[in-house]
Write a protein that binds this ligand. Structure first.
Ligand code: SF4
Length: 820
């Protein structure tokens, strides 16, 4: 039985009508992506939305979270004032399992080590009617594809590879946890209307070439930034030669070109996948609506009229690729790898080859890899490299165990890891090399930035299809080209591997195992949320205070960042993944990777009171303890990279008021606004150079804060000189309300509260009103008591000067002095 079938029926019942209406409104044929976007607008469209310019409110059909992001998302959702999620939602325990000794042992250890997080997620999901996939049940995107994705639907997920569901014709977008909270709270979700890149596939996949090579090739063409702000829509005859799961692989890795998401039109391959995954009801509905689950005919005839950019890839000519190291857009056709290895001095020996992950662990992927393993064994070959297999879900694992592929792969020398992210996200304890040792690995995952897989900056990671990865595991060499090269077997004979083959879907049904799933219940609201009292991994959130209605005066500079400042520079991952549910503890990583423009060092800031350098979060904490806000100055594209909301929550939690940068990455800019911070840009980017290390700032005119109206910043330098500069912002009216309320969540909560109060009898209303009024007075009082921030700075300075430096500061200061 398909989950949430009523919701899916509802989507299909109005889809055609909505598309017809949109066609009339925009006055032209529509692409497939446009149909889904317009059909999911919060309000009926009355005009064409301008790509790359207009912001639009959407009503997605469902949401998904992985465990690392679900913790903070659910902690925030608790404050939304709802009894259950407004849309179907699931959380997936996949990111916290460390790969080390193989599936059983690793899973057992993870369950013990992460018990409090899993118990928390299980309890809070039950409370709010969210499905919970327990550790070992599978990786978020594979589980979504197998159970929830449907053609014509729209979902958001707090993981950047959510677009995987585009393989089943769904608009699926990776976002921050705060966005997920909006949708779960029944609020509209906002997105800038995306541009459209059309990718026309001609020809047919064959031989060693696989769906992975389509996206490896496209990543090489578009580079890691080429898809920013755009949806990639595939079309053309070639799409039909790609299985549904192959399409999902392509959409999954669209995140590597920065695309909002990627999508394929509905076809028979999707229908077959739906049927095989026990969703014949959805397949029937989709078949009935097939004429509308694709672009209109004229779009395919004259694509140049409808897409902002068109790229054509001929599958007949496409070669298998290897992309890397350190970036997924460094694309090498396998035939060029020999030269690349020599010219770039890449270590030729493949130390570890890994197949699977959410990106490439379908039945077809594994069957094709197993076909290579089978013939290698019959030709007297075994894997020369370490070889690891990560099934994407228990459903796939149990099925490939039943059908024999798992045995063949382990006979070749493979080790089966847990159905979890593991080496794809740095949760991999390697025993074969030491950190700092230069080595090559090949994998069928999606990202290969430095340290991504094993935290070793000297690991050169190459991304390839599972088939090529398996062949390279057998050869043990990066420069091996299975299309032309021979291998020597145990008997000293020269043998060649034949191209892989494999079944797209199992002949029998998939093995279903629902033990790992806690289904949402209707009556879970009384469930007690499990948070151990002294947990260092989980912490309940306190709502951030509302804006006090005053200008920000004499805020010290916490940090001026130089160069690239991604969300990973602001809030690193790796070992910090552990603290994603504890805002106070994870805030100790704030700006650890950001380069201080004055010292050139990462993660340090000058304490304006002591004049010593300390880790940035310590300085922020000292300012916060004194009741003083602060600002950070950033360079270009501040906050690019993963949509990690911790990078916005930490500055807010530690007392930040504004981030002023030359420019922002859009998702992070929105995340900052959602948390009640002010992301502002220099009207004249050269003003960045005016910022000095000991400056204080006054941000004036906040009472007239309005869309498209500049704000004034008064910079006070150490010598007493002042300068005035103008700042731009991208707040719309609704977002300004987030700022005033102290964050979007506070606004959602107050709206929810108002809804509940509306339903209550009048007499009770008055009491509530009084209580609210009392609260407001209370809130205003402490602010009124406080003198101007400027006075407070002076007072604080005096305090610090009069007192010896705090013990903790002294220690850090000594450390910092030594370092210098
Ligand atoms: S397997 Fe990798 S890409 Fe997929 S969800 Fe996990 S970390 Fe993300």
């Amino acid at each position: 039985m398909t989950a949430n079938i009523d919701m899916i029926k509802k989507v299909y019942s109005t889809f055609q009508k909505k598309v017809d209406h949109t066609r009339k409104v925009v006055g032209r044929p529509l692409t497939y992506a446009e149909k889904i976007l317009y059909a999911h607008l919060w309000e009926k469209p009355n005009r064409e939305l301008v790509r790359g310019k207009d912001f639009a409110d959407f009503a997605p059909d469902r949401v998904a979270m992985q465990d690392a992001t679900a913790q903070m998302a659910m902690l925030q959702f608790m404050h939304a004032g709802r009894k259950e999620s407004a849309v179907p939602a699931t959380a997936h325990a996949d990111h916290l399992i460390v790969a080390q000794n193989g599936s059983d042992e690793d899973l057992k250890r993870a369950i013990e080590e992460n018990k409090e997080v899993y118990d928390f997620l299980a309890s809070i999901c039950k409370k709010y009617g969210v499905g919970f996939w327990k550790p070992g049940a599978g990786i978020i995107h594979q589980v979504i594809l197998e159970n929830y994705a449907f053609p014509g639907g729209m979902m958001i997920g707090s993981d950047s590879h959510t677009p995987n569901a585009g393989g089943l014709g769904m608009i699926a977008i990776g976002v921050g946890g705060a966005d997920v909270v909006d949708v779960m709270a029944g609020m509209p979700w906002e997105l800038k209307w995306p541009k459209l890149i059309g990718v026309k596939l001609t020809g047919k996949l064959s031989g060693w070439t696989s769906p992975k090579d389509v996206i490896l090739k496209l990543t090489g063409i578009l580079t890691v930034k080429g898809g920013t702000g755009a949806i990639v829509e595939y079309f053309g005859e070639g799409t039909k030669s790609i299985s549904c799961t192959g399409k999902a692989t392509i959409c999954n890795m669209g995140a590597e070109i920065g695309a909002t998401c990627s999508i394929f039109p509905y076809d028979e391959r999707m229908s077959a996948y739906l049927e095989k995954t026990d969703r014949i009801d959805v397949a029937k509905l989709a078949n009935k609506n097939a004429n509308v689950l694709k672009a209109d005919d004229d779009v395919y005839k004259n694509p140049e009229k409808y897409y902002d950019q068109i790229i054509e890839i001929n599958l007949d000519e496409l070669e298998p690729h290897l992309n890397g190291p350190f970036t997924p857009d460094r694309a090498w056709p396998v035939s060029k790898m020999k030269e690349a290895v020599v010219e770039n001095n890449f270590p030729d020996k493949v130390s570890v080859a890994l197949i699977g992950s959410c990106t490439n662990s379908s039945y077809e992927d594994i069957d094709r890899s197993a076909s290579i393993a089978r013939q290698a064994l019959s030709k007297g070959l075994k894997a020369k490299s370490e070889f690891k297999i990560t099934p994407g879900s228990e459903q796939v694992r149990a099925t490939i165990e039943r059908d024999g592929q798992l045995k063949v792969l382990t006979d070749l020398g493979g080790q089966v890891l847990a159905n979890a992210c593991g080496p794809c996200i740095g949760m991999w304890k390697r025993m074969d090399i030491k950190t700092g040792e230069r080595n090559t690995i090949v994998n069928s995952f999606n990202r290969n930035f430095a340290k991504r897989n094993d935290n070793n900056p000297e690991t050169l990671s190459f991304v390839a299809s599972p088939e090529i990865t398996t062949a390279l595991a057998i050869a043990g060499s990066l420069s091996f080209n299975p299309e032309t090269d021979y291998l020597t077997n145990d008997n000293g004979e020269q043998v060649k591997l034949d191209p892989p083959y494999g079944d797209e879907l199992p002949k029998k049904n998939f093995e279903k195992d629902r033990k790992g799933f806690l289904a949402p219940t209707k009556n879970g609201f009384k469930t007690k949320i499990a948070i151990p009292e002294k947990s260092d991994r989980l912490q309940l959130l306190e709502p951030f205070p509302a804006w006090d209605g005053k200008d920000f005066v004499d805020l010290p500079l916490l940090l001026k960042v130089k160069g690239k400042c991604t969300t990973d520079h602001i809030s690193p991952a790796g070992s910090w993944l552990k603290y994603r549910g504890h805002l106070d503890n994870i805030s100790k990583n704030m700006f650890l990777g950001a380069i201080n423009a004055f010292t050139g060092n990462a993660g340090e800031a000058k304490n304006q009171f002591t004049e010593f350098y300390q880790p940035v979060h310590e300085v922020a904490r000292e300012y916060k303890a004194q009741g003083i806000g602060w600002i950070v100055v950033g360079d270009e594209n501040y906050g690019e990279g993963s949509s990690r909301e911790h990078a916005a929550m930490e500055p807010r939690f530690l007392g930040g008021k504004a981030i002023i940068a030359k420019s922002f990455a859009r998702i992070h800019e929105t995340n900052l606004k959602k948390q009640g911070m002010l992301p502002l840009t220099f009207a004249d980017p050269n003003d960045y150079d005016k910022i000095q290390e000991d400056d204080t700032f006054s941000l004036v005119g906040l009472n007239e804060f309005a869309p498209e109206k500049q704000l004034k910043l008064i910079i006070k330098h150490k010598d007493g000189q002042t300068e005035e500069i103008m700042l731009n912002h991208s707040f719309n009216t609704g977002q300004i309300e987030w700022f005033k309320a102290g964050g979007a969540l506070n606004l959602i909560a107050s709206k929810q509260k108002a809804k509940v109060q509306k339903k209550k009898p009048v007499a009770k209303k008055k009491v509530v009103k009084k209580a609210v009024a009392k609260k407001i007075t209370k809130k205003v009082k402490p602010v009124a008591k406080k003198s101007a921030a400027k006075k407070k700075v002076v007072k604080a300075v005096k305090k610090v000067k009069a007192k010896p430096v705090k013990k903790s500061s002294k220690k850090t200061v000594k450390k910092a002095a030594k370092k210098k």
